[in-house]
Design a binder for this molecule. Structure first.
Ligand code: GAR
Length: 192
């Protein structure tokens, strides 16, 4: 049976798109659900385009009920992928899917992680700190923001004169290039 992936995203979902593309005709795994806390998120449109079902949930549903867990269990999800999802994962969800939730972060953790460190905030902080390199981190999720075991990192050079857009672009290219493959490799390991 194919491994079943659920993706959580809060915004545009360009990474969700790359993952859906990658697994569209894959024989070993498939994306079965897109979940979001944001009814306006463009990721919902992307899910529609791939004819993948989506689910919008509220803060109350996510933190005070087991509805999301039940949905994921009923769909027999093997791996939960956070791709630009901005809420902290509750302990109940971590317990229900131990070592089966991963996150993408747009920096070289443990640097530039933690609460409030998402999207442009991360890149701004990196530029303000005068860093000469940045990159991406894919890691297991635990109860703290950006602190679980690291699965993959890749890096790029920040050239003198690189602005926010440039750093963001370089990071996004690495994300799109690596995230789907890292997921595929992780699923292969989970199989054995
Ligand atoms: C990605 O750059 C991801 O690394 C970041 O949000 C962006 C989502 O882009 N995640 C975080 O900052 C998590 N702390 P996308 O919606 O186009 O995939």
């Amino acid at each position: 049976m194919k491994k079943r992936i659920a993706i959580f995203a809060s915004g545009s979902g360009s990474n969700a798109q790359k993952i859906m593309e990658h697994f569209k005709s894959n024989t070993d795994a498939e994306v079965v659900l897109i979940l979001t806390n944001n009814p306006q998120a463009y990721v919902l449109q992307r899910a529609d385009n791939f004819e993948i079902p989506s689910h919008i949930f509220t803060r109350h549903e996510f933190y005070d009920t087991d509805d999301v867990i039940s949905l994921l269990k009923n769909l027999q999800v093997d791996l939960i992928v956070l791709a630009g999802f901005l809420w902290l994962v509750p302990q109940s969800l971590l317990n229900a899917f131990p070592n089966k939730i991963i996150n993408l972060h747009p920096a070289l953790l443990p640097k530039f992680g933690g609460k409030g460190m998402y999207g442009d905030n991360v890149h701004k902080a990196i530029l303000e700190a005068g860093e000469e390199e940045s990159g991406i981190t894919i890691h297991f999720v635990n109860a703290q923001f950006d602190e679980g075991e690291i699965i993959h990192q890749s890096r790029f050079k920040i050239e003198p004169g690189d602005n926010l857009e440039m750093v963001k672009f370089k990071g996004q290219q690495l994300e799109h290039q690596h995230f789907p493959k890292v997921i595929e490799n992780l699923l292969k390991k989970m199989r054995s």
